[in-house]
Ligand binder design. Structure first.
Ligand code: HAM
Length: 420
């Protein structure tokens, strides 16, 4: 269909099978996260630009190249959120939701916006399922949140995955490593690095480590290893998390170049990759961001979290079946439609799902309509039945039908349901 108005590139309408897959994922997420004591937090989609600059980091690709930023009517710069963590932490500070001495856990679901080159699994408006746990630096919290993420993925029957882990060090040990890395980078002929890495080497050297350009990757095999330069506390923390994961039967792979694309991470970082969805293999990623909330004006609290990309998960869970309706209510005479309307409402308030015919049509076209609705039963109300307070239920799969008293409708439908 050609119309005057078109979706923007990288934006999608979500409906049908994809819409059902989204609802399925959201329901599973709510169910699993509730088992771990997480509560929903919905934050605004639009925030002040400086929130993202401060938290994600001005030298990251997200902030430098990918944000949808524009002035509002008063000329203040605002940004469509590119991720959820910054908004969640802002809300925690503003609403006093994370207090020293307490552990607070929040999940958020919703659209995020990044101006990237769209491709399969990479959109400009995409959706994340995001979790944050604030107020503890215990390795048990790290292991727990990773287990929760993997339970969620497994509840979606997503299994062919790889968990990559790394430790980025902390404010005590990272500066010395960065100095070492900087010195090593200075020994290189910068022309051999890709143009992005030449810039990163000066502005954000850590990001050089996860460059995807093959020639850079080859050079970086000799770079000083971040994990080997972790302080004893960081290393102990990391080892304990891995020990807990192993004890829980979870496989992990250390990827010493996993630094993630956002600047706020410290210590434990992780990513889940799938082998089944082409180029965009990262289906979830996260890590620890101790102290980030303080840089946003809150208390000095540790935190850890992750986000999954729903479009990428949807590619893995495939077609979501449409749920069958229980009934299609067919009034054969226009005068009986009020009655059909009230009986349909009664069925729904008893837990059955269904549709009714809104307009009087021939029996044949009404039956076609009933078949199209793919309902399990067609409930037929004709004049004769109505005169005797009766009604007919037809099983649309077997063609069997029986006429019963209208007063028994719920009872009989429940009996059918129990036999299913
Ligand atoms: P992220 O790695 O930037 O982390 O994004 C998390 C996930 O969002 C990715 O693994 C991917 O599945 C999905 N994603 C990212 N960009 C796109 C895109 N353009 N199209 C489709 N899916 C995409 C974060 O956003 C962090 N805030 C996660 C976090 C929470 N860390 C701590 N707490």
């Amino acid at each position: 269909m050609s119309g005057e108005f078109k979706r923007l590139k990288g934006f999608a309408d979500i409906y049908g099978s994809l819409g059902r897959a989204f609802s399925f994922m959201e329901n599973k997420a709510r169910d699993i996260f509730a088992r771990y004591g997480y509560e929903e937090l919905r934050t605004p989609i639009l925030e002040s630009t400086n929130l993202f600059q401060r938290s994600i980091g001005t030298e990251t690709d997200v902030v430098k190249k990918e944000m949808f930023t524009f002035p509002d009517r008063k000329g203040r710069l605002v940004t469509l959120r590119p991720e959820a963590t910054a908004g969640v932490l802002r809300a925690c500070v503003e609403e006093g939701l994370a207090q020293p001495g307490n552990v607070s856990r929040f999940y958020s679901l919703g659209p995020m916006f990044r101006y990237e080159r769209p491709q399969k699994g990479r959109m400009r408006q995409f959706h994340q399922i995001n979790c944050e746990c604030l107020g503890t630096d215990s390795p048990y919290a790290d292991a727990e949140i990773i287990c929760m993420l993997l339970s969620f993925l497994s509840s979606l029957s997503i299994n062919n995955i790889q968990l990559k882990v790394n430790s980025l060090g902390c404010r005590n040990c990272r500066p010395a490593y960065l100095e070492k890395l900087g010195k090593w980078l200075n020994t290189l002929e910068h022309e051999k690095l890709c143009p992005d890495c030449r810039q990163r080497a000066v502005n954000n050297p850590l990001r050089v480590l996860d460059c995807k350009v093959e020639s850079c990757k080859a050079i970086l095999t000799d770079a000083p290893v971040l994990l080997e330069n972790n302080c004893t506390d960081c290393r102990r923390h990391f080892d304990k998390v891995l020990e807990l994961l192993t004890a829980n039967g979870i496989d992990w792979n250390i990827d010493t170049n996993l630094v993630r694309g956002l600047d706020y991470y410290q210590r434990m970082t992780f990513e889940v990759a799938s082998r089944n969805i082409g180029a965009q293999t990262a289906i979830a990623g996260g890590g620890r961001y101790d102290g980030l909330i303080q840089t946003l004006g809150g208390p000095d609290l540790p935190g850890i979290g992750f986000a999954c990309g729903m479009e990428r998960l949807a590619l893995l869970i495939g077609e979501a079946e449409k749920k069958e309706l229980d009934f299609y209510f067919l009034a054969l005479d226009g005068n009986l439609q009020d009655n059909a309307f009230l009986l349909s409402e009664m069925l729904r308030s008893n837990g059955f799902s269904g549709e009714m015919n809104y307009r009087e049509t021939s029996f044949k076209s009404a039956m076609r309509q009933a078949a199209k609705s793919a309902a399990l039963y067609c409930i037929i109300l004709g004049s004769d039945e109505a005169l005797n307070n009766k009604i007919t239920i037809k099983n649309m799969k077997t063609g069997e039908q029986q006429t019963i008293l209208q007063a028994d409708l719920i009872k009989v439908m429940k009996e059918f349901e129990n036999k299913k």
